[in-house]
Design a protein around this ligand. Structure first.
Ligand code: HEC
Length: 140
């Protein structure tokens, strides 16, 4: 399947952060090792690696030509969603404004995130919710 190949081409490394609790670290681990949010939501540098300075800040040049939005909590250009809103979105594909997830994001939810446990989705949402805010305008 095209989708899984896309998700598994770049195995990340994971080091637990002692300043955070277990749920947060579980979310950070799941995002890196399994959910691969960064593979789509982080732009690439010239060498083709993920640009860590723009971690989850979105890219115009995402998978299959889709732009992937900035999902950091940046007030102007990111998302300002609560942990509950993120959890609901990753489980059901519905955004706080009632729009549905599109394209490869919709596929990611329907093919995999939807099958994670509530605890794991919530852990992912906690981690995403605490990402450093990076202003990076995507689209338009
Ligand atoms: C295969 C590529 C891909 C992966 C993997 C992926 N996303 Fe996405 N994501 C997208 C694209 C493309 C969009 C834009 C489509 C849309 O908004 O419906 C999107 C949209 C979103 C949105 C909506 C943002 C907005 O402003 O409407 C959120 C939140 C999000 N993704 C979070 C995540 C999280 C968290 C993960 C990991 C658990 C993840 N995504 C994994 C490609 C991906």
């Amino acid at each position: 399947m095209r989708f899984w190949k896309l998700l598994y081409f770049d195995e990340g490394e994971f080091a637990a952060d002692d300043n955070q609790d277990g749920e947060w670290n579980r979310g950070a681990y799941l995002v890196t090792a399994l959910a691969h949010c960064g593979e789509c939501h982080t732009p690439r540098n010239i060498a083709g690696g993920l640009d860590r300075d723009l971690w989850m800040a979105g890219t115009e040049d995402g998978p299959e030509g889709d732009a992937a939005p900035n999902i950091t909590p940046a007030p102007a250009t990111g998302i300002g969603w609560s942990v509950d809103q993120l959890t609901f979105f990753l489980k059901k594909g519905t955004k706080p404004d009632w729009e549905e997830a599109d394209g490869v994001m919709g596929e990611a939810i329907a093919d995999s995130y939807e099958f994670l446990t509530e605890e794991d989705i919530r852990a992912i949402a906690r981690y995403i919710n605490t990402l450093p805010a990076i202003e990076n305008h995507i689209g338009g």
